[in-house]
Design a protein around this ligand. Sequence first.
Ligand code: BES
Ligand code: ZN
Length: 612
Amino acid sequence: MARLDPHSYTDSSHPLAKHVALTLYFDFAANTIHGSALLTLPSAHTGHLLLDTRLLLVHSVIDPVSGAPIPFSFPSSDDPVFGRPLSLSLSAQSAALVVFSTSPSSSALQWLSPAQTASKAYPFVYTQCQSIHARSIFPCQDTPAARLTFSARLNLPSPLTAVMAAARAADTRDPIAGEAGPACSDALWCSPGRAVEEFVMDRPIPAYLFAFAAGCIASRDVGPRTRVHAEGGLVLLDAAAREFAGAEDMIRAGEALFGPYEWGRFDLLVLPPSFPYGGMENPMMVFLTPTVIKGDASGAQVVAHELAHSWTGNLITNKTNEHFWLNEGFTTYAERRIVEVVQGEERAVLNTGIGWKGLNEEMERFADNMEFTKLKPNLEGIDPDEVYSQVPYEKGFQFLWRIERQIGRLAFDVFVKKYIATFKFQSIDTETFLEFLKVNVPGIENQIDLKLWVEGTGIPPDAMEPVSTIYSKIVSLANEFKQGKIPKEEEVADWSGQEWELYIENLPKSVEASQVASLDARYQLAESRDYEVKVAFLQLAVSSGCKEYHGEVESTLKQVGRMKYLRPLYTALVHGTGDEEKMLARRIFAEARDSYHPIAQGVVQSILAKHS
Ligand code: BES
Ligand code: ZN
């Protein structure tokens, strides 16, 4: 018995399921899904089969061929982070049908009441499975080392509709008696006003890419393979359609750089403001926060990033989260290459600069925990959500950029294309990447200290801060702020959100309260429609002890649930000069908690707990 992933109970000697057929009945009144998962193995297996679960109620396990029960047990209790293994005892069986119900506190699901939605009339539910939350929706081998295809049959109350990161297999139809099998009684399945939707994912994907949403969803085509979906009503849909009009150009840019787009559709789903990430690369349908819609096409960076995962991440996946940089570092590199094509080199360099600043800040965050500054950290027993950071993104980016500088862009582009073609639809580790690098770029190990990059802590000396006129100008303006100088109107005339973000992030951590006030008096940063700018400014204001911004901080923390904003604001509050800020943080969390996704609730909880 050996685990093949520190974050999964999957046993390396057990076969990996190759397909799962899901039947899911949505009970919005109870925030629960009743369902079944029919898992198919590559061949008959005798002995135990361990599956990941978290807070799942397992009612029965059945042999789909004979209908006989399959013995099962839970060898350990539910770990709050990792859940518990479900152990099946198979005897020469190649399939098992697990009948289960989810818990209302399933960590992958956010259930929104009608009042919490834009429609105000219909409930909404959506998933976020990365990194290890799929197990709280259905029993599975919840490790990216395992890839499987799936089909899903969803039963919903009409007029709600469902979307999935998968292809639609049939039009919405009436339920049929008997089709749910043991997942759900016909009385429920076929009750009045229920409808069934069917989806299929025929390319093998890791469980963390499993995704759906259901509610009152409107949609509009914005390109030949791109449709935008949103819960937020027609005004939001209009804005989203405008913001994402360039999607097709990006896909073409991606194909030119990295090879064919293998997923058919590239749809976009705009989620309610509580969505905990900027974007999530669910295949065929990227999930996005509404905060990327700013009316100035700046959401393009997030779309470029999630699109880039279609090659680096969804085609080539990290084998475990210890190799997460292969996903996010590669994607950050690919994202910037796409941005360079569609928005120009200056924009890409600016993004690199924001990333460089972010990477340096993580070094301070992890000063007492340098393990997490490694490209390939040891994550045994560690909750991936707890240590989520810019390190895999930006140190990974820097590593690849370093290789590009060494061998030249032309050669590097050939290398990347070959890398993707070689490992597509596989889950690989850092060693596999390094081996491939050494074979394809002979002598690279004598030119770059690969071991230092991969195993070392901190930022290697041959990492590089980007060079560009705009970037340097912004950084030097930020340095002048220390001498009390605020940029002149003509200096910032053509700044967009990203320039401001870079500027604010390069200011000292805390400054004179009066300086914060005069910066805001001139440029109204606290009221910016761009959350990146607003949050960067509010973080500075809180850290500088400016209490007059507490109201704005509170309303921000109650409007959005994106962790990129929650983390710095709650952290600034708990690090505050007095008890007032800590108490404020606690009160806001108590009041806003229900509006956050369970993953975000956990992360804020842990920020508050560290400073209680
Ligand atoms: N896959 C990530 C989001 C994620 C990472 C979810 C780890 C759960 C665990 C996604 O691709 C991402 O990186 N999103 C960024 C976008 C940004 C880098 C443009 C985000 O949400 O901020
Ligand atoms: Zn990513």
